[in-house]
Design a protein around this ligand. Structure first.
Ligand code: SF4
Ligand code: SF4
Length: 226
């Protein structure tokens, strides 16, 4: 195998809260780290694969319910990017809080769990929901479909590029979701992969050549992943 010519992958499960399709990640195989960290120098555990990461001191959802719009909830057959029928945004949130699906109960976004994201990243302000998934090797940014280009604005875009630069050196991905459409953020470009289906993989492959580092991103259909 030539370095950089084969996709690297791991066997991590996709966070069940996300229903974004399985993702074949660039895995490090390194020791787990707290999901709240933005340092992608090691592998890690999904914040919602087992137990949610606790909110950071001083952080709470308050009037935010944006994850109830941007996430897909398999148990409810709720699609990505549409408000959950049980949600009352700004008016108490979840109407079935005590019996909400485990996918909901185990999801805490990164703004909630990490003060590394400042007030600009509060989801109702940013119109973005950020979390780590698939073993912590992918930083996921889910946009409010009503603000599909928000992630390209500052201070968000610069930070995503910073994470992307750090990520490629540590085999981690930065991915923007708008509903079921995917854009992979790379240090030198953003690659719109278009629509994905549940079970699909996102692949990122480094290409080394005379012109310097470059990357190829593509979707590997689930049907071809066996
Ligand atoms: S997006 Fe984050 S802050 Fe907003 S409701 Fe969900 S977990 Fe709470
Ligand atoms: S069930 Fe409740 S917590 Fe889950 S998506 Fe719907 S409103 Fe949100």
């Amino acid at each position: 195998m030539q370095p950089g010519t084969e996709p690297l992958h791991n066997g991590h499960h996709l966070s069940p809260a996300l229903r974004a399709g399985r993702v074949e990640l660039l895995s490090t195989g390194c020791r787990p780290r707290p999901a709240r960290s933005l340092d992608m120098t090691t592998g890690g555990s999904s914040p919602s694969a087992t137990a949610p990461v606790a909110p950071a001191a001083g952080r709470n959802c308050d009037k935010c319910s944006l994850c109830c719009k941007v996430l897909g909830i398999g148990e409810l057959n709720k699609p990505l990017g549409t408000w959950c029928s049980h949600c009352r945004p700004g008016k108490g949130g979840c109407a079935i809080y005590q019996t909400r699906p485990s996918e909901c109960a185990t999801f805490n976004c990164l703004w909630l769990t990490s003060t590394e994201l400042d007030a600009a990243w509060y989801p109702p302000t940013a119109k973005l929901v950020v979390n780590l998934e698939s073993g912590g090797n992918r930083l996921s940014v889910r946009v409010d479909p009503a603000f599909p280009t928000r992630w390209r604005e500052e201070p968000y875009y610069g930070r995503l590029k910073e994470w992307a630069r750090r990520g490629v050196d540590h085999r981690a991905q930065v991915v923007v979701y708008n509903g079921n459409r995917i854009t992979v953020v790379l240090p030198n470009k953003d690659v719109e992969l278009g629509q994905f289906n549940e079970g699909d993989y996102i692949m990122v492959q480094e290409l080394r050549g005379l012109s310097g580092r470059d990357w190829r991103a593509y979707i590997k259909p689930a049907s071809g992943s066996a």
